[in-house]
Design a binder for this molecule. Structure first.
Ligand SMILES: Cc1cc2nc3c(=O)[nH]c(=O)nc-3n(C[C@H](O)[C@H](O)[C@H](O)COP(=O)(O)OP(=O)(O)OC[C@H]3O[C@@H](n4cnc5c(N)ncnc54)[C@H](O)[C@@H]3O)c2cc1C
Length: 519
């Protein structure tokens, strides 16, 4: 028995789910239920940009996933962070706003994701955002998401508005929560979608220890993120048939759900700073307490500034279509902590460059541990199982080191603290990468859209062979973009909302010779 029937049920209030909840409830006639396993996003650390340090250190509002032991990383299990709160990962991320290279989306379209070329998606990137610098051919000025230039001397944008994190929940969901046709249930763990034959009729979830069932008259949209979405589909009998049988689930349809997992793996290159920088001074306990208070009350001051720095997306060879390495630069030490004279000494200050491999060939998979939704899924990346990935990341590492030793940095640079100047040969660098690399928390492509037998979704994000079921989140990406993923996920959800509502897509942008103009 279904407790109640809605028009649409959205599973997961993360980046994608919040956009969908906002856009689908613009139609007064549509009743929408948004189910989220995490709780409300009231904690100040979520909203004050500098609070993210504590969020990450303590893994707050995080599912706490770790990977299986990775053979390519010396058998290490590494953290696989995912937000578990309204806003999902957009409530705990680092707020860098990067969209990807135009060539990424053109590649998606060439691979069969028709309608997802750069010209097609640019209008949706614009529709998402209100850029503090105003609209132009690339940037939007009327969307829910606030974006602004970094306040450090940096060409990067951040999803920050008026000194507060612009998460998907604050930007898209909160304004929509006033609408009578949106119901939001938190602490609701979805255990499976309910099917009659191959048609989805609702979802089953656990809340306060009770198993509940709700109906969906039009569609269920799964937006649980790149780890949980394949888990939910597989628990529902949608996935690789042989694997489902291994865990006692009768398959309804055999699809490569969970395959094709990819992420941005990165390694640290760290230096001492010859003199402490501004962020280090700011970390004195009393200064930081005042800064956090000021940021929380007024949205101003140093607590609103992310101590990032430059992010560079580079091509290691000029002829390749899109960047293959990113440098994430950080002007402060990675192990910085609060200090106070005579009570707790500060750690030495430093800076770091983190080269990341943007387009790995290695592919992993999401597997079920059991047929119980409360058991975390298995996350198997298979890093460096493809032959070119380790040499490419090594090349990125060497380039990062080359940059770090340039003359303009001489006055800031102390000793190389990690991995250390003695790490020189290819073998030594590879060993260090295997020993220390972690991801940038960009898992994607576990239910890719496109054409052909290795895809799970059609280009309208509908699950193949199943009626009334879509996947809208980072799982639906055909492959990784040359960027941090939040902006692309928000854009995908904007576009999906038009598809679900049966609206024509926004007019493609005219893209000519590197100059892009909106048609
Ligand atoms: C630590 C960290 C730092 C990052 N930094 C950046 C950055 O600086 N810039 C950037 O662009 N990207 C960054 N990212 C990545 C980016 O935030 C994510 O790629 C993006 O938010 C993913 O959106 P999503 O909708 O696919 O999934 P999510 O935002 O993860 O949303 C999934 C939601 O579904 C819920 N859910 C899952 N399973 C269930 C279930 N069974 N029942 C009910 N609800 C469920 C989850 O709790 C979650 O709220 C970062 C991510 C992390 C974790």
């Amino acid at each position: 028995m279904m407790a109640k029937t809605y028009d649409y049920i959205i599973v997961g209030a993360g980046s994608a789910g919040c956009v969908l909840a906002s856009r689908l409830t613009e139609d007064d006639g549509a009743q929408v239920l948004l189910l989220e396993a995490g709780g409300r996003d009231r904690h100040p650390y979520i909203h004050v940009p500098l609070g993210m340090g504590k969020l990450h250190e303590r893994r707050m509002f995080d599912w706490g996933f770790v990977t299986d032991p990775e053979p390519g990383l010396n058998g290490r299990s590494i953290e696989a962070s995912r937000g578990k709160v309204l806003g999902g990962s957009s409530s705990i991320n680092v707020m860098a706003y990067t969209r990807g290279h135009p060539g990424d989306f053109d590649r998606w379209a060439q691979k069969g994701a028709t309608g997802w070329s750069y010209a097609d998606v640019l209008p949706y990137f614009r529709r998402c955002e209100t850029f503090a610098g105003g609209a132009n051919a690339w940037r939007g000025a009327t969307g829910p998401l606030g974006t602004e230039f970094a306040k450090t001397n940096d060409p990067l944008y951040y999803t920050i508005r008026n000194g507060r994190r612009s998460s998907a929940a604050t930007a898209f969901l909160k304004p929509a929560m006033q609408r009578p046709n949106l119901t939001v249930e938190t602490r609701a763990l979805v255990t499976r979608v309910i099917l009659r034959g191959t048609t989805v009729t609702g979802v089953e979830y656990v809340k306060d220890g009770r198993l509940l069932r709700v109906g969906a008259a039009r569609e269920v949209i799964v937006s649980g993120g790149a780890f949980s979405t394949p888990q939910i589909l597989m628990l529902s009998g949608i996935g690789p048939a042989a694997h489902l049988r291994e865990v006692g689930i009768e398959p309804i349809i055999d699809l490569p759900v969970g395959h094709n997992l990819a992420d941005h793996l990165a390694v640290f290159l760290s230096f001492a700073r010859s003199e402490p920088g501004p962020f280090h001074r700011q970390m004195r306990f009393d200064r930081m307490a005042a800064a956090m208070m000021q940021a929380w009350l007024f949205g101003t001051g140093p607590g609103t500034v992310v101590p990032g720095g430059l992010h560079a997306f580079i091509k290691t060879r000029p002829e390749i279509a899109v960047p293959d390495i990113e440098f994430m630069f950080r002007g402060a030490a990675t192990d910085v902590h609060l200090w106070f004279p005579l009570i707790r000494p500060p750690r030495p200050d430093g800076f770091a460059i983190r080269p990341a491999l943007l387009h790995p060939d290695s592919r992993g998979e999401i597997l079920l541990r059991s047929n119980d939704a409360r058991d975390p899924m298995r996350i198997v990346y298979n890093f460096f199982s493809a032959p070119n990935d380790l040499p490419k990341l090594r090349e990125g590492f060497r380039l990062a080191r080359h940059i770090a030793y340039q003359q303009p940095l001489d006055r800031f640079r102390g000793a190389e603290t990690a991995p250390g100047a003695s790490c020189k040969t290819d073998g030594e660098i590879d060993a260090n990468i295997r020993k220390t690399a972690i991801t940038a928390h960009h898992p994607a492509a576990t239910c890719p859209m496109g054409l052909g037998p290795d895809t799970v979704l059609d280009p309208q994000m509908r699950v193949r062979g199943i009626e009334r079921l879509r996947v809208v989140d980072a799982s639906a990406m055909p492959d990784l973009v040359s960027a941090h993923l939040n902006a692309a996920v928000l854009m995908m959800a904007e576009k999906a909302a038009d598809m679900i509502r049966g609206k024509p897509p926004l007019a493609s942008a005219a893209v000519q010779g590197g100059q892009r103009r909106i048609a």
